[in-house]
Design a protein around this ligand. Structure first.
Ligand code: NOJ
Length: 800
């Protein structure tokens, strides 16, 4: 029997090696248990200031330097992490200073690598519009490789806040309005940043932020408070965070906002009950910038000492920027307001990540990597490719696009078309914006011209902000002499991002007047929108012949725009967030609840009274979630479920054929939505549960099979356990959230899931060889195997 036990234990170790470790470490020198032992040894040996020092994240000056007065702190081992420094030589210097300290604990270097470091990809909202998980993972992996090559270990990304208010400037940084799409994107980005092992020289530690409900800031005003039911929190705002945990994310960042009366940074319910107790997260939690100190402004703490006490006791391990922990920690422990165990736990969480990062083996970066990695051609090619697939074609009347390359004269109008700085955004990494390609450059390169006096002409019309109309006449003149006009309008970079909230999300300044001027010439034209958020573009939607949404498109945006405008790439992006008709409709998202008096969707029921509607606007958005056109046409045909009736334990296969009936090869996104017709807790009118992006050649038909699992049909009961009720479910399939193609499914039995204590993702997943978009990745599957084997070993040890 003893040999059986040994056999089982070796299997446990072997399986750990074969199947991979949770939270990112594939083949560590120390086993998880050995790491914990090492940490215990270190903690025993550390004096209190050293422990508190580990909890401090200092701020560098963004460009790379540590403040001179902070250097001695690093040398004394009183700093756990530094953000906003980079450069292989500089970060290596920081590590050398850290190794001068008594405990020789390396410093974790953090930076906001949100959508690229030197090679800038489109803003995350744009990347999400690709609906391409592999592309998004690849973009994150490239960002990670560049960041690591300059000594950065830790990115403060992905932002996984669900957001439904485009007034909020930070919508540019997330994945839009949907829970499922947002969760899939969260996993893809964590995989891309961390890989299977974030100690690798081309990966970084990811950070799920901002925990939690920051995206629901009241009135879309940044940093504003949030008051919502626990149901809404758990159904809408928490799942992408849980998805990040399932994908192995190693760190979390607290949010700035107040949540139901308790600021997130001091919120024990979020940081301890949900994150640690329910989700078993064992990574580190960092506050947002100064967010511990801000507990005073929130009117939650009376002074800095109290702020530190609340944040520490709630479960915020590391303090970013402000220094209340190091200043007041000792006194808090002496007075018993914070226990030494709480501090030790926070230190442990931080050291665990440093071990997994491999910093104790080698804290240095090979200084040759930097120049060999940054902005390399391979990355630029990938960026161009991915960027072109993020653009969303909203309108293309009479197939006015693509433009023929043999067009006589092409006018490009708009300051945004030629402004390199405007290719960037609020989170530019360390982009050298002078190296970015503008749309004007992209178009000129595509047509092989070197000046704007021939086939391509250019007029600014107005600058980025479009604050006056003084050179509109010249723009009109240039347009009148052209055979086709590309008008580039939209938002300047500072109108979105952190603290970038707007009450008016239409075209700013005189941009719309510029478009109207061009419109008045009667020339064929296309509007290229530069935007960090969904915008209100009612006039354009009604009057402009073509509209292409290009988000803020980064280093290679100019080439990518040209690729799409001239048809070398067929647009395939779909909106990750509804475009409202007007600000008064906000929040407008497809998965709203129905009411007792819903409108007749087909008619819009503008005239019917006593319905849930506006007198002066339709309920529907200008463009719905999931929407986007192609230069070709796709027919969705032959929707079939493999069964029309299942028990609550069974899955159903949804099959549909996509036929390319147009003249070009293209890509389409098959989207599957579920509507629970009646439930004991009301459900949204429909919810996205699966999607797949497919290539379909001209004349070709591709059959797509997607699997809906039991948890796709269930919801949380009042104890936050997963449950499925019998009844009828309508399954909608199509290429946007308004699709009407439908099949019905009946669930005949009920089920209540008691595995874990919350959320859909706690339900075990059955594997299948069919394309199964809703299923956990191999990464997740590996983790569940790994947990089960040690459990068997423990069981055997107990029995024998
Ligand atoms: C504040 C932002 O809210 C957060 O997302 C970011 O990571 C930190 N600043 C650090 O720059």
């Amino acid at each position: 029997m003893r040999s059986l036990i040994y056999l089982t234990l070796s299997c446990t170790l072997l399986s750990t090696c074969v199947f991979g470790y949770p939270h990112g470490q594939k083949n560590p020198k120390l086993s998880p248990a050995e790491i914990e032992e090492e940490i215990s040894r270190l903690i025993n040996d550390m004096i209190l200031p050293e422990k508190l020092g580990q909890l401090q994240q200092l701020a560098g000056d963004w460009y790379g330097e540590v403040g001179p007065s902070d250097i001695p702190l690093v040398k004394q081992g009183l700093v756990g992490s530094i953000l906003n420094v980079h450069g292989a030589a500089r970060t290596n210097q920081i590590q050398r200073w850290a190794l001068e300290s008594r405990q020789k604990i390396p410093v974790l270097i953090g930076f906001d690598v949100i959508h690229g470091f030197r090679t800038l990809f489109p803003i995350p909202l744009g990347e999400t519009a690709s609906w391409d998980l592999e592309a998004v993972e690849q973009a994150a992996a490239i960002a990670a490789a560049e960041a690591r090559s300059v000594g950065i270990h830790w990115t403060f990304a992905p932002m996984v806040d669900v957001m439904r208010d485009p007034r909020w400037g930070r919508v540019m940084e997330g994945s839009g309005e949907d829970v499922f799409l947002g969760s899939e994107m969260a996993k893809a980005r964590v995989r891309g940043f961390q890989g299977g092992d974030y100690s690798a020289h081309d990966r970084v530690l990811a950070c799920a932020k901002h925990f939690a409900a920051y995206g629901a800031a009241e009135a879309g005003r940044d940093y504003n408070g949030v008051d919502m039911s626990e149901r809404r929190l758990r159904e809408i705002y928490l799942p992408p965070f849980k998805a990040a945990v399932d994908a192995g994310v190693g760190s979390f960042m607290t949010a700035f906002n107040d949540l139901n009366g308790v600021p997130a940074t001091g919120n024990k319910f979020l940081l301890t009950k949900v994150l640690r107790d329910e989700w078993k997260f064992d990574g580190l939690v960092v506050s947002d910038w100064d967010a511990v100190l801000e507990l005073i402004n929130h009117q939650y703490a009376t002074n800095q000492s109290e702020a530190a006490m609340y944040a520490l006791n709630a479960g915020t391990d590391m303090e970013m920027a402000s220094r209340t922990y190091v200043t007041h920690g000792e006194q808090l422990i002496r007075s018993g307001k914070v226990s030494i165990e709480t501090v030790n736990t926070a230190v442990r969480n931080i050291l665990r990540i440093k071990y997994r990062m491999g910093l104790f083996d080698n804290p240095f970066i090979d200084e040759n990597l930097e120049s060999a990695t940054l902005f390399k051609q391979e990355f630029l090619d990938a960026a161009r490719n991915i960027t072109a697939r993020t653009f969303v074609l909203l309108k293309n009347q009479g197939n006015i696009l693509p433009i023929s390359k043999s067009i006589g004269k092409l006018a490009v109008i708009g300051g945004l078309a030629a402004d390199k700085f405007e290719t960037t955004d609020h989170w530019p990494g360390d982009v050298q914006w002078q190296d970015s390609v503008t749309m004007l450059q992209g178009i000129m390169t595509k047509l092989g011209v070197t000046d704007t006096n021939g086939q391509v002409t250019y007029a600014e019309g107005c600058d980025t902000y479009c604050r006056n109309t003084s050179v509109f006449d010249r723009a009109e003149q240039v347009a009148r002499q052209a055979d086709f006009v590309v008008v580039v309008v939209g938002e300047p970079r500072e109108y979105s991002g952190e603290a970038g909230s707007m009450t008016n999300i239409g075209l700013p300044g005189y941009h719309l007047d510029l478009v109207k001027r061009i419109h008045s010439t009667g020339k064929p034209y296309a509007v290229v929108l530069v935007n960090g958020r969904p915008m209100t573009i009612e006039w354009l939607a009604e009057n402009a012949p073509a509209i292409l949404v290009t988000w803020r498109s980064g280093s290679m945006g100019g080439h990518a725009v040209a690729d799409v405008l001239f048809g070398d790439v067929n647009p395939s992006g779909k909106l990750p967030m509804s475009f409202p008709r007007n600000v008064g409709q906000i929040p407008v998202h497809y998965d709203h609840k129905n009411t007792g008096r819903p409108i007749d969707k087909a008619s819009g029921s503008l005239t019917e009274r006593y319905r849930s509607k506006y007198i002066d606007s339709l309920n529907s958005p200008q463009y719905p979630f999931g929407y986007g056109l192609s230069y070709t046409r796709f027919a969705f045909e032959n929707l079939q479920l493999n069964t029309t009736s299942i028990t609550a334990e069974q899955s159903v296969q949804v099959g549909v054929s996509v036929r390319n009936t147009g003249q070009r090869d293209g890509e389409e996104v098959v989207q599957v939505y579920v509507r629970d017709v009646a439930a004991s807790i009301t459900r949204p009118v429909r919810q996205l549960k699966a999607f797949k992006k497919v290539k379909v050649a001209v004349g070709q038909t591709v059959r797509i099979e997607l699997i809906l699992k039991p948890e796709d049909l269930g919801f949380l009961d009042d104890n936050w356990q997963w449950k499925i009720e019998p009844g009828v479910f309508e399954i909608y399939v199509g290429n946007n959230s308004d699709t009407t193609m439908q099949a019905n499914l009946t669930v005949t039995t009920a089920a209540s899931e008691v595995i874990g204590t919350s959320t859909a993702t706690a339900v075990p997943v059955t594997s299948s060889t069919t394309v199964n978009i809703g299923e956990s990745s191999t990464h997740g599957a590996a983790s569940s195997i790994q947990f089960s084997v040690p459990l068997i070993a423990i069981f055997l040890l107990l029995v024998f």
